[in-house]
Write a protein that binds this ligand. Sequence first.
Ligand SMILES: Cc1cc2nc3c(=O)[nH]c(=O)nc-3n(C[C@H](O)[C@H](O)[C@H](O)COP(=O)(O)O)c2cc1C
Length: 194
Amino acid sequence: MPFIRETILTTAGSDGTVHIAPLGIIEDGEGWIIAPFHPSRTLENLRETGVAVANYTDEAKIFAGCLTGRRDWPLVAVEGCAVPRLEAALAHDVLAVVRVEEDTTRPRFHCRVAASGQHRPFQGMNRAKAAVLEAAILVSRLHMLPAAKIEDEIAYLKIAVDKTAGPDEQQAFYWLLEKVIEHLAILEDAADGA
Ligand SMILES: Cc1cc2nc3c(=O)[nH]c(=O)nc-3n(C[C@H](O)[C@H](O)[C@H](O)COP(=O)(O)O)c2cc1C
């Protein structure tokens, strides 16, 4: 399996509207592959402008926020690039699309690193941040998973949050939990109606 780095991608459409979304970028030699599933604003923006900024951040609230309708995070201009980076980025890479492998489900945008920046020190690993990242991925896949699997995973991830979270990670996990509870209620209603 290739190495995947979980990032917040910033992209922009041809009208300059910026879009923020979590995506895992796939290591590809010196470059990275961005692989968005259809339909996706990120995908459309990559086609329109051919550039993305990969923001490397450990802010759990940004990952959880993007999955729960909170996409308005502070941005900072990147010199020589039409797409801004997250203010919260510890570091970033500007990714320029060099080739697209077309696919009806999940095209692959092969990118080279056109520029990079370092902004803040990394403060170390934290289990709650990692648990929020996993919970965010879970929320992005709710429609594919049975209720029992969702309940088991959330119960397990909650242990790390309860033991090691600060207020930001607690808030982030709560946003995701709300989404999970809403989804499980819909599944339950559907089962009751069947
Ligand atoms: C950590 C993480 C990694 C993700 N990686 C991908 C990915 O590689 N491809 C993808 O299509 N969606 C991925 N998702 C889900 C997207 O963030 C989500 O579907 C997003 O809204 C993409 O659609 P958009 O470009 O229209 O915003 C990921 C979510 C998380 C939390």
